[in-house]
Ligand binder design. Structure first.
Ligand code: IMP
Ligand code: MG
Length: 174
């Protein structure tokens, strides 16, 4: 961490408020339904843990791990599943929980892949949306923060595996 220059962008209190709001919206939208929450590892682990704590719905939790980024800050455009779902989702109401939508390539890939199992519904919840960075069209159903510029880290989100454990979200100084 010593050699990373960064400053707080979203504090833990702000994150807490935003995550609670998202959980409330989701709870209302899924009234009477049982959810399967699909957490995209590793970046969304902390967000998902906080989100489900505030959900007023029963849910089953599963994880996928996708690789696309390598160790740099630019996406490679190629997505690999390195850990697949273990829960069958056919006929289920599924909510994908992701840290950041950037180019849209990762989530577009995952949505297509999960749709092959014919879930009853499939929505995407992202903590941070970098809309202007899309390389392909993709719209998340629930968004916590919009971000115009900058590379962020902390609260599960890493730079080269660093900073995931931090409770606030930082932006890298240019
Ligand atoms: P996409 O396929 O370009 O949408 O990639 C999304 C993934 O890129 C996210 O799940 C993150 O893992 C990673 N990513 C995008 N922007 C950032 C950032 O600012 N900090 C850390 N990881 C990022
Ligand atoms: Mg990620």
């Amino acid at each position: 961490m010593e050699n990373l220059r960064m400053r707080i962008l979203f504090s833990r209190d702000e994150i807490e408020r935003v995550v609670r709001d998202m959980a409330e919206r989701i709870s209302r939208d899924y009234e009477g339904k049982d959810l399967v929450v699909v957490c995209v590892l590793k970046g969304a682990f902390m967000f998902m843990a906080d989100l489900v704590r505030h959900l007023k719905r029963p849910c089953v939790i599963d994880f996928v791990r996708l690789a696309s980024y390598g160790s740099g800050t630019a996406t490679s455009g190629k997505v690999l599943v390195t850990k697949d779902l273990e829960t069958p989702i056919t006929g289920k109401d599924v909510l994908i929980v992701e840290d950041i939508v950037d180019t849209g390539i990762t989530l577009d890939f995952l949505v297509r892949k999960l749709k092959e199992q014919n879930p009853r519904s499939l929505k995407v919840c992202a903590l941070v949306d970098k809309k202007h960075r899309r390389k392909i069209e993709f719209t998340a159903d629930y968004v916590g923060f919009d971000l115009d510029r900058g590379f962020i880290l902390g609260y599960g989100i890493d730079f080269d595996e660093k900073a995931r454990y931090l409770p606030d979200i930082y932006v890298m100084e240019e």
